[in-house]
Design a binder for this molecule. Structure first.
Ligand code: BGC
Length: 456
């Protein structure tokens, strides 16, 4: 097979993990109405809260499994383990006879999502040639958005069926099985093999993916870096060391801004938000499908531009665009009485859709891309797992606080959206002073930046 095609095929198989991420987080938005009827949850917001956030709680635990195991067992095996957990979780949720059973199934799914979220982008970054790394890692984000869209479409189609939620959960079983089978056929990451001293196997993989001379060069560069690494400090010691301060700030900062920009207030609760101005739930659900479609299509724009324009120009554009969009939605709520219902509807829909566009070309892909490329090889698996933990931790708080804020004055006067907007504006400082351009650099060139420091 042509080398380029092979790399795309490998990235696509691994990105199925992203599809599951998107599907299993998005599906709850559309499964909840029938779940509420089935389990009589109309007056039990706490139980509903648990059903929604079990995935996020599992997501927080997953990185603690993948953290030590990704560097120890390799990138392939850990994804196989995650795929098995996905298969089990999908089946458990689909057959759930009780709420407790359902919550356990959702916890399993979260665990698997928490694992793939840290290991898949990393795996793709390590097999990708540097000039295509942005694009290929963004396959993961694209798959997340496809998963979300798929869940909205399936939900829209099955929404009226009281047992529809079972089919919605079964549908997640299919990509889980694809990931499980597919992962057996992809090669192990050459960089991980080198880190374990398995040079001959690494070279064999590199020769399948690169031109012969480039394969040898990559092997040499990676070996050189490993041989020149500082004294052993262990994962945590390295992670918090002074020389890795910038990667640490990037891993925390990018997910703080990504999540507190309010993305999942929209991804999880858009139907509720739209219901504030649309009369029918069906129309609000259709508008939600629109959110999913804009999200997926706009991510394709990011795939095209990330390696051409670079990460920082997209980040600036995205931050300014999301801030303006959030302001539009907020102002629509704040002045709803003087604007009238039609104008407010336009500002809400227009603001949310443009917000999704700007998020999808910047904060969406960049979170996963940056954590896959800024850490040194020795702790890359561990560190990107910790990055993924930050994501789920912040995600949990946004998902948990949004309904509370919505029910308070901040909901009716649009204040929530101004809170999210302030975070995004703060993100401009983060983009200017912390993020550095990684376009076109090899992972080894990025790593060499950290080697220059004396504090090892
Ligand atoms: C984020 C998710 C979000 C999704 C939306 C991802 O990058 O990590 O939390 O739901 O983008 O497309």
């Amino acid at each position: 097979m042509n080398k380029n095609l092979l790399i795309y095929a490998i990235a696509a198989v691994a990105a199925t993990g992203g599809l599951l991420f998107g599907y299993d987080t998005g599906v709850i938005n559309v499964a909840l109405p029938s779940l509420k009827v089935k389990f009589h949850l109309e007056n039990s917001p706490d139980v509903v809260g648990w059903i929604v956030s079990a995935v996020l709680a599992g997501g927080m635990v997953g990185p603690f499994i993948s953290g030590p195991l990704t560097d120890l067992l390799g990138r392939k095996k850990i994804n196989i383990i995650a795929a098995i957990i996905f298969v089990i979780g999908s089946a458990l949720t689909a057959i759930a006879p009780t709420v407790a059973f359902l919550i356990v199934g959702r916890l399993c799914l979260g665990l698997a999502i928490g694992i793939v979220a840290s290991t898949v982008p990393l795996y793709i970054a390590e097999i990708a040639p540097s000039n295509k790394r942005g694009q290929l890692v963004t396959f993961f984000q694209f798959a997340i958005t496809l998963g979300i869209l798929l869940s909205y479409v399936v939900g829209y189609a099955l929404g009226d069926d009281p047992d529809g939620w079972r089919s919605m959960f079964w549908a997640g079983f299919v990509p889980a099985a694809v990931l499980l089978v597919g992962m057996f056929f992809v090669p192990e990451s050459p960089r991980w093999l080198i880190s374990k001293g398995r040079d001959a196997e690494a070279l064999a993989v590199l020769q399948r993916l690169r031109e012969p001379q480039q394969a040898q060069e990559e092997l040499n560069q990676t070996k050189y870096l490993i041989e020149n690494e500082g004294q052993e400090k262990g994962n945590w010691g390295e992670f918090f060391s002074k020389r890795l301060r910038i990667p640490l700030f990037i891993g925390v900062g990018i997910f703080f801004i990504q999540q507190f920009s309010g993305i999942n207030a929209i991804i999880y609760y858009s139907t509720d938000i739209f219901k504030t101005t649309f009369d029918s739930t069906k129309t609000a659900a259709l508008a939600t499908v629109g959110v999913g479609a804009v999200n997926a299509l706009s991510t394709m724009v990011a795939i095209f531009f990330l390696d051409r324009l670079g990460r920082k120009p997209l980040l600036y554009t995205g931050l300014i665009g999301t801030a303006l969009s959030l302001a539009t939605v907020g102002l629509g709520f704040l002045f709803r009485d003087s604007l009238g219902p039609e104008m407010q509807k336009i500002m809400l829909i227009g603001g949310v859709y443009t917000y999704i566009f700007f998020f999808a070309i910047s904060l969406g892909p960049l979170g996963w891309l940056l954590i896959s490329e800024v850490y040194p090889l020795k702790i890359r698996g561990f560190a990107s797992s910790m990055g993924s933990f930050n994501h789920w931790f912040f995600d949990f708080w946004v998902a948990f606080t949004f309904p509370l804020m919505q029910a308070s004055a901040l909901g009716s006067n649009g204040g929530i959206f101004f809170v999210y907007m302030s975070v995004v504006l703060g993100g401009l400082l983060f983009a200017k002073y912390i993020v550095f351009e990684t376009k076109g650099l090899t992972l080894e060139q990025i790593e060499a930046r950290w080697e220059k420091s004396n504090d090892k």
